[in-house]
Design a protein around this ligand. Structure first.
Ligand code: PLP
Length: 396
């Protein structure tokens, strides 16, 4: 008799976004005249930039002619894109070998897939609150998970606890959901800890393009010793609006050797066996992100979201509300007023001011009492939403 993977039965049902959608529907059915502003979405709203669109068109045209048609490509990505990513890292002082860069269809897939190369017996250390994919992918495999507390006391940037031993450590900076960003010192502590205990860090850099201040690292490889302990997963989703187009990259340095085996070789083996690469056309578009004009255009879109984030942080500063994020991140994570629980605040904000955000409790135990807003909406909506939020706070 076939046996299923029973670990799937242990997963928590993901009610977060379905509950939000249900509550919005119930409200709009009852109040069709009221305009709801959605500040909870984690998806981008700006279109792909011109340089990417032109390059995608070029790719399509090449596919139409026998001379330039491409079939199966290298599983780990075309050299033109790997070279472009390599050049991007070099622009902020990180030197990578092209063979250390693997092109993917986005960070989410690789976050799940990378676990293939690690034994089930490893212990995993995950911050709480967290991007839920880290937890669920490990639960699916049946790995033991330890949580580290991110909270207001540590500004949602937990540091290593020497008494806790783990083999796989997740760090996301700039963080989803909290928007908090590690500085060089904080990341160095994690790198030293991982090297001391022989652990691997899975560093999620999906929001690196939002890092605005030079005092903050955008890649873990800016930290000395990281090439011996860290895999970096990144994505063009938020950098360049590729959430629907799908392209990302994972860096596996050649110095990562565990159990006498290079992880780079294992990952190459895994990818060449289970993955047939990202479409040529998409890789063409992705390479344009790193061209001189692509970099300028992509920056304009990021600046658009940054301006939204500045409107939001200015409003919270004015109200004296405790928050993290916003400055080097598209997420603002703030404390609910009057010690309210996050779902109670969600209901109040929707019912009184028709603004939708994401209750922090949906991201883990420590998210209770906090609330996430995103800067990915339209500027005019962001301005109006913050005016509405100010009105609500004034009544509490
Ligand atoms: N990592 C984090 C922290 C995210 O928030 C997201 C998407 O929201 C991803 C990874 C997934 O990105 P991708 O679109 O590249 O799969």
């Amino acid at each position: 008799m076939l046996k299923i993977n029973k670990n799937y039965l242990q997963l928590n049902e993901s009610y977060l976004f379905s509950t939000i959608a249900r509550k919005i529907k119930a409200f709009t059915d009852e109040h069709p005249d009221k305009r709801v502003i959605r500040m909870g979405i984690g998806d981008v709203t700006r279109p792909l930039c011109g340089a990417v669109i032109d390059s995608l068109h070029d790719g399509v045209s090449e596919m139409a002619s026998a001379d330039t048609f491409r079939g199966y490509g290298p599983e780990q990505g075309y050299d033109f894109l790997r070279g472009a990513v390599q050049g991007y890292y070099a622009s902020f002082g990180v030197n990578l070998d092209m063979n250390e860069i693997f092109i993917s269809d986005g960070a989410k897939s690789d976050i799940g897939n990378i676990l293939d190369i690690f034994d089930v017996d490893n212990t995993v250390l995950i911050p709480d609150p967290v991007y839920p994919v880290y937890v669920d992918t490990n639960m699916m495999a049946g790995r033991k998970i330890l949580f580290m507390n991110a909270n207001a006391d540590n500004n949602f940037l937990p540091l290593p606890d020497e008494s806790v031993k783990a083999d796989i450590i997740y760090i996301c900076s700039p963080n989803n959901p909290t928007g908090a960003v590690y500085d060089y010192d904080g990341l160095k502590k994690w790198v030293d800890y991982a090297n001391d205990c022989g652990a691997v860090i899975l560093f999620d850099a999906a929001y690196e393009a939002f890092v605005a201040e030079d005092r903050l690292p955008r890649s873990i490889y800016e930290i000395e010793g990281a090439r011996r302990c860290a895999i970096e997963l990144c994505s063009l989703s938020k950098t360049a609006g590729f959430t629907g187009t799908r392209c990302g990259y994972t860096v596996v340095p050649s110095q990562l050797v565990f159990d006498g085996v290079a992880l780079n070789k294992l990952w190459l083996r895994r990818q060449t066996t289970k993955f047939n690469g990202v479409p040529y056309i998409v890789q063409k578009g992705a390479a344009a992100v790193f061209s001189p004009e692509g970099l300028v255009q992509v920056r304009e879109n990021i600046d658009y979201y940054r301006r939204n984030a500045a409107v939001m942080t200015a409003a919270f500063d004015e109200m004296g509300v405790w928050y993290t994020g916003g400055k080097n991140s598209p997420y603002i994570w703030f404390k609910c007023p009057s010690d309210m629980k996050s779902w109670d605040f969600f209901d109040l904000l929707l019912n009184e001011q028709q603004v939708v955000g994401t209750p922090g409790a949906g991201f883990g135990r420590n998210g209770e009492g906090f609330f996430r807003l995103t800067a990915f909406g339209k500027y005019e909506d962001t301005v109006e939403a913050m005016e509405r939020i100010k009105k609500l706070f004034a009544t509490l």
